[in-house]
Ligand binder design. Sequence first.
Ligand code: CO
Length: 322
Amino acid sequence: MRFSVSASALRPLVSACLTLAVALAVALALALSAPLAAPIISPSPALAEHKTKAPDKRGILLAAFGTSVPEAVQAIEALKSQAEAAFPGVPVRLAYSSRIIRDKIARQGIVRPSPAQALADMAAEGFTQVAVQSLQSIPGREYDDIKATAEAFQAMPKGIKKISVGRPLLHSFEDIAKAAEVVLKSLPAHTKGEAVLLMGHGTGHPANAAYSALQLDLWRRDASVFVATVEGSPTLEEVLPMLKRQGIRTVFLVPLMSVAGDHAHNDMAGTEHDSWASRLKAAGIASQSVLVGLGSRPAVAGLWIDHLRDAVNELPAMDKAD
Ligand code: CO
């Protein structure tokens, strides 16, 4: 009686112990197999959303110095169209690096972002890869700034994963040789007693040497094509005696810049006493100004597009949507 009472009292306890042992064994087995079993446990939708990587989005940013001259704006727009045609389906944005120009055109109701603003906008819109193409002629200060801006954006958390920067027109010696060849073909025909004088911007930056390198390459092909700069070396004064020595009586003035902007219209072709046209006239040399920027010469514009293609090719393969 006493035993049977005890036995019946113990039965639930034994059963509880067995249940606990089984539960422990199952828990232990689950714990041990957890790393292998992990994929079986599907995450909640919220967690999945968190983990899914957004697909790559590729874009192009053209970084020009900028211009307030309406015809020159068309040259930049033409370069943009050429980039769009070369990379179908890739959005192409345009930035002006000159704050003075941005402020000036803003007063006319035209808003252009700086390269930094354009990259910030693209990051916010989910672009993960951007090829930035410098529309500069030489790798001077403007180009250095664009490169530094691109590097800063690439280092930013949740920023654009990869930003490549395309070389300006006159970068490597191969670029300079190619530019000499292509620019030469686009110049006005000139005969004896006539010359072409290209107006580069010029800078105190060491990259100013690119103008002399281009000059040497041009002379190998045509002794009557000259390069001078507004703000660097060589100057017009340095080139004048050479024109005289060659007996040049007429000079075609051509801007060696992506656009025929303010420098071309005023410093080159202007009627003021210190314009190149006026100074040549004072030296007994007639001139004819060709107000067409390099960007408006399709073959030359094509060189910038070639450099953009190199920058696009530097971008990694695109991740597809999960
Ligand atoms: Co200037």
